[in-house]
Design a protein around this ligand. Structure first.
Ligand code: SF4
Length: 227
């Protein structure tokens, strides 16, 4: 049993080593697609991005970041106003509540600055591990974990890099497979590939640059041929 597990792990590591340079060549400019200038802005944008496209969030934050410049500005936003400002990102009441609470804890515990550790970030109201990973990786350049969003989860399963379904468990598997210095970039690359080629409903395996290393690609094409 242990031997089989080790063999599978080795195979998965080999797959990551093969895929990584191809994705790097394919998406040389892969980076966070949320617009931000400061860690606080990235934190707010990431909270807004739940169940919303990054394009929509970027439209909303253009004005939002002109209006609210500091954690105190967000924490003290008049009732109803922040909600109105972020309405088009959906779930705006909950998001406004999270942003206000997160900003209030920044003011109260960190002098208005965004902390740089996983423990402190996840202790902030409304901030989970995924949001903390986004901020640590993209705003602070720290590879503390792997961001697992819907694209990273789907591609990790299709590429047979995990047997898990829950993001936290997929993240642990990826942390064992992907070299630590590549954790942040790895997520950006999978997100780009998930948007451009390996979409949820109809992945374009026939033009996929990592087809030869994807266990699911041939199965998808065979199924499609028999449709
Ligand atoms: S071969 Fe198909 S399933 Fe595999 S990564 Fe490429 S698009 Fe996705």
């Amino acid at each position: 049993m242990a031997k089989t597990t080790n063999k599978k792990l080795e195979e998965r590591r080999r797959r990551v080593v093969a895929i990584l340079p191809i994705l790097k060549r394919t998406y040389p400019n892969a980076k966070c697609s949320l617009d931000y200038r400061t860690p606080l802005q990235l934190l707010v944008a990431t909270i807004l991005s739940a169940q919303c496209t990054d394009e929509r969030v970027n439209l909303v934050t253009q004005d939002l970041f002109r209006k609210y410049k500091s954690a105190a500005d967000f924490a003290n936003a008049p009732a109803g106003e922040l909600e109105k400002d972020i309405q088009s990102t959906g779930f705006f009441r909950n998001k406004a509540k999270s942003i206000r609470a997160m900003a209030a804890s920044l003011v109260e515990k960190h002098g208005g600055r965004v902390p740089q550790t996983m423990e402190e970030l996840t202790a902030l109201a409304g901030v989970g591990r995924k949001t903390a990973n986004v901020v640590l990786g993209s705003a602070f350049g720290q590879n503390v974990g792997v961001v697992v969003d819907t694209h990273v989860a789907r591609l990790s399963q299709r590429l047979d890099l995990t047997d898990q379904l829950l993001p936290e468990k997929i993240e642990l598997d990826l942390m064992h497979l992907v070299p630590r210095e590549e954790w942040t970039l790895w997520s950006h690359l999978l997100i780009h590939h998930g948007r451009a080629v390996c979409q949820a409903r109809r992945p374009e395996c026939e033009r996929c640059p990592i087809y030869q290393d994807c266990p699911m690609g041939p199965k998808i094409l065979a199924e499609r041929a028999g449709e």
